[in-house]
Design a protein around this ligand. Structure first.
Ligand code: UDX
Length: 439
């Protein structure tokens, strides 16, 4: 198959590279010539484990191309993927201007009939509106068929997820289009679910909203565990063994972040509201998450009374490990709040420090290693469970800090570990550890 992919952002690039890997000829198109120049030199524009090698290999085999010229990229395309961003607008709804522009660009340049596949996360009903928009602008004689094919990739394991996903969802208006796309995706060896377009669009939102709900639910249980003397990790283990519940996404912490969950939950609440449906459950999920992000500040104030002049070592900035992505990271809430409370802030993140300097507009110091951040700190605040932070000997805190007082938003250490290291340790949904001398 000859495939064109519009957009070389996260989803577009991973999709294009993966489709070339299973043998299709793929041309990725982007309006940004700088990005295209970089990609043509074999340099990926995003960091994702395994992407670089796979991209280069397929470029060398002549199956993967990059261009900023729609006319060139669309010339032989049987299938065109739209994979541009749908960011959040101020009111929480999805901003569709980029996908509409991408659709118009394709409609204006395509000269042969093609299947248009929408990969971007779009509110239910958008696929058909995009189809109409394109129909209004196509050259005479050109026909299109439309399909919804949402992605479920996690940052940091997108390549792995593409080849080992749980399902591929294909929503179409007709069986023939579904069959073409099913056989095109066959080499991935992943179960294909064929459905209608609206259901396919909804599957994406419902899946992300459900996972966010699981996280907020376990976070609420964690908060209750703290009050009742239970340990949320034991509770999550006991719950997760029930296969109807499942053990994943039951890690309590300082809330979910990233480019998908916050954006998609807000968009679904908006979409529901537009159809006079008050999605109270999901509103609560979002509210719990917003509160969860601030929880550790409350614990810090409870411990110190005031944070003015306290040196706080912030460990981790990214919304999760193995990415430099700060979008909707709890760090974006916590660090400005620490600054407002007068704390002296020293941050460490193995790869997201540069992003931190761009995104966080308060005075903070950034260090190259954990030790420099911890040196003479009054307390540490763990935001991201990076492997090097988790694997660090907990005694390090006592060795370097003024006092080993640690507020851990990711439950990086077990309670016995914290006790053995004689740390004063406040985590999420587990008993506080306060050594005799600190009492
Ligand atoms: C998510 C979905 O998993 C993916 O299917 C979708 O396509 C995009 O959104 P991603 O945002 O990359 O992927 O990260 P994910 O690993 O799912 O984590 C999201 C957030 O939830 C992170 O902030 C993470 O720390 C948090 N999380 C996850 C928890 O707090 N507890 C958990 O048990 C799991």
């Amino acid at each position: 198959m000859n495939i064109a992919v519009i957009g070389t952002g996260y989803v577009g690039l991973v999709t294009g590279v993966a489709l070339s890997e299973i043998g299709h000829t793929v041309t990725c198109i982007d309006v940004d010539p700088k990005k295209i120049a970089k990609l043509n030199q074999g340099i990926p524009t995003i960091y994702e484990p395994g992407l670089s090698e796979m991209m280069l290999n397929n470029q060398q085999r002549g199956r993967l191309h990059f261009t900023d010229q729609h006319r060139v990229g669309l010339a032989d395309a049987d299938v065109v993927y739209l994979a541009v961003g749908t960011p959040q607008r101020a009111d929480g709804s999805a901003d569709l201007q980029y996908i509409e522009q991408a659709a118009l660009d394709v409609a204006g340049h395509i000269r042969r009939s093609a299947i248009i596949v929408i990969k971007s996360t779009v509110p239910v009903g958008t696929n058909l509106r995009i189809k109409q928009l394109m129909l209004d602008h196509l050259h005479p004689g050109v026909t299109i068929r439309i399909a919804s094919n949402p992605e479920f990739l996690r940052e940091g394991s997108a390549i792995h997820d593409t080849f080992h996903g749980d399902r591929i969802i294909i929503g179409t208006e007709d069986k023939d289009t579904a069959s073409v796309l099913e056989s095109m995706n066959k080499p991935f060896g992943i179960p294909v679910i064929k459905t209608d377009i609206a259901s396919s669009e909804m599957i994406k939102y419902a899946s992300n909203a459900f996972l966010a709900t699981k996280i907020s639910f376990i976070n609420e249980i964690a908060n209750l565990c703290e009050k009742l003397g239970a340990n949320v990790e034991e509770v999550a283990k006991g719950m997760g063994l029930d296969h109807r519940i499942g053990s994943s996404f039951l890690r309590a912490g300082i809330g979910y972040g990233g480019s998908c969950f916050p954006k998609d939950t807000n968009a679904l609440v908006q979409l529901a509201g537009n159809h006079h449906h008050d999605f109270n459950l999901l509103k609560s999920v979002i509210e719990v998450n917003n509160h969860q992000r601030r929880l550790l500040i409350e614990k810090m104030l409870g411990r110190f009374g005031s944070l003015t002049g306290k040196k706080v070592a912030v460990l981790g900035l990214a919304f999760k490990p193995n990415t430099d992505d700060l979008r909707e990271s709890p760090a974006l809430v916590l660090i400005p709040e620490l600054a407002r409370l007068g704390a002296e802030i020293v941050c460490y993140d193995p790869i997201a420090a540069d992003q931190g300097t761009k995104w966080i507009n308060v005075s903070a110091q950034y260090t190259e290693n954990v030790a420099d951040a911890l040196k003479d700190a009054d307390c540490a605040l763990i935001i991201t469970d990076w492997p090097d932070i988790k694997r660090m000997d907990p005694k390090t805190y006592g060795r370097l800090m003024r006092q080993a007082i640690v507020f851990d938003g990711r439950n990086c250490y077990s309670i016995p570990q914290a006790r053995a290291a004689r740390m004063e340790y406040y985590s999420i949904g587990r008993p506080d550890v306060v050594p005799e001398i600190s009492k």
